[in-house]
Design a protein around this ligand. Sequence first.
Ligand SMILES: [Zn+2]
Length: 541
Amino acid sequence: MRILSFISVIFLLASCYKGEHVDIIVHNAQIHVMDDKMTIHEAIAIKDGEIVQVGPEREILNGYSADNVINAEQKDIFPGFHDAHGHIMSLAKQMQNADLTGVRSYSAMLSQLEKFQKENNRKFIIGRGWDHSLWGVKNLPDNTQLNKLFPNIPIALTRVDGHAMLINQAMIDFVGITDTTFVEGGVIVKQDGKLTGIILDNAIDLINDKIPQPGDKDLKEAILKIQNDLFALGITHVHEAGLKQKEFKLFDALAKSNQLKLNTYAMLFPTDENVAFAEKNGHYKNNSLSVRSFKLLVDGSLGSHGACMLSPYSDSLTHGILLESISDIKQVLNTAKSLNYQVNSHCIGDSANRIMLHAIDTLMKDTPDHRWRIEHAQVVHEDDFKYFGTTGAIPSVQPTHATTDYRWAEDHIGASRLKGAYAYRSLQQENGMILFGTDFPVESYNPFATIHAAVNRKNTDNEPIDGFLVDESVDLTTTLKAMTLWSAFGCFEESNVGTLEKGKKATLTILDHKLEVTKEYLPNYAFMTMINGEIVFSMEY
Ligand SMILES: [Zn+2]
C-alpha cells in the first residue's frame, strides 16, 4: 500500500512537471470556438476523442503533453461543418449512372449519353443532373430527340433537383405508362394530348420501382468515397434528407463496421417500414449514425413548377403539386409526436410552407423542444414568416439554391413573391436560428460556396455581379453558426459537437487557407479534419 502511494506521488509529480498526457495537442492556431462570445484560442488538448482544454498557447503547452503535437501555423480551426440537408444516397446512385450535371444543351446531353453507353453498354440508361435552365430555354424538354437516338433502350434522366424526369418512348412502353395513367401527387406531362416524356414528383416512382437499382456493394463503395470527399472540405456531419429502409440499412451496416466515420443524421421517409423501425427502435444510435426524424415531402421543386403555390406561377397556369394530402401530413406529424421523432418537411412553395406552418401551429404548439424543421422554406408568404418565430419551426435552407435559381426565379414567381423567397436573413431573425446545407447533389456540397452565397449572394462564378436579393444576405458569424452550432441543435447534437468547448467531441477542421469573405469567391479546403479526435483527413498523409 505504502509503495503504491509512493509510486502515485512520483507519478503525480512527474505529470505535474510534464503536464497531463493527452492524445493530441494542436497549437499555434486560430481556434474559432463558436461560443456565445465568438472566442478565438490558440491551442487545444484532445484525449479519448474529447476536448480536454482549449486556451492560450502557453496554458495548453505547459499544462499538457502529447505524442502527437500539431503546429497549425496560424491556420483557422472550426468545429467540423454540417451539411444540414444533403443526399449521400442520391449522389452514390448518381455515381453509378450517367452524370449530366452542368450539361449546356440538349444535344450536349445526347452526346454525353452516347459516350456513356459506348463505355458501359447498359440495358437501361439511367442518368441525373440535367438542368434545362442552363440550355437557354424556358420550357421543360420533351423526348423527341431522345427517341430518335435511342429507340430501343429504355432511358430515364432525372433533372438536377430530383423532382422531374425525362423518359424516352422505350421506357414509357417498358413501364406501361399510357394516356390515362394517373399518380396521386405526380404529373405525367402531355402536350396536345400526347405524352412528352416528362414526369414529375410521385410519378417518378413508376420508373424507380421498375428499373434495376445499383448493387449494395457499389453503393457502399460510393458512400465511402463521398465521405472522404466531404472530409477534404471540412464536413464532419451530414443530415441525410430522406432514406427508405433498404437504403438506411446500407448506412447502418457501414456504421456498425466503423467504416462510416462521417456523423450521419438520417431522416427516414415515413413509409410503413420506417415507421415500424421507429416504433421498435425509438431514437436510434449506431456509432456515427443516428435516427430520430422523418422526412416529409410536402411539394415539388420550383425549377420544374412542382412547388405548391398559393396562386398560379407567373409563367405557367399551374399551382404546382401537393405531394401529400393534408390528412396524411397531420397523420405523420401525430405519429412523430407520439414517437418523439422530429419532422423535417420539404416545403418550397408558399402554399406548402403555409400548410405545414399552420399544421405545426395547431397540432404541435404544446410539444416541448420539438425542433420541427422546414426544409428549404424557399418561397414564404409575407404573412407567414411570423410562424417561424411563434411555432419554433426551424428553417433549414440552402444558400446556393438562391445563387443558382436567380436566373429564372423571377420568371417563375414574379417580382412581388420574390420578396419572400430565399429570405434567409428574415427567416433567421424570426426564429433566432437557421440551418445551412446544400441539398447535394442538387448543388455542390462545397461549404465555401455556401459561405459565399450566404454572405455575398453570389455563386462561385461571382454571379450575379451585384448579388441576388442582397437584402437577405447574412453575415459570416451567422453563416458559420448555421453550419456548426445551430445545425448541431437541429439534429439534437449540440451537447456533443457544434462548438470547440471543453468536454465536447474533438470534431473539427483545420482549414488550408484563412477563411475570409471577399467580393470574389475564394476556394478553400481542409488541411486536416478530425472526428472524435481521429484524424479522418489530412493533406499531409
Ligand atoms: Zn433534398
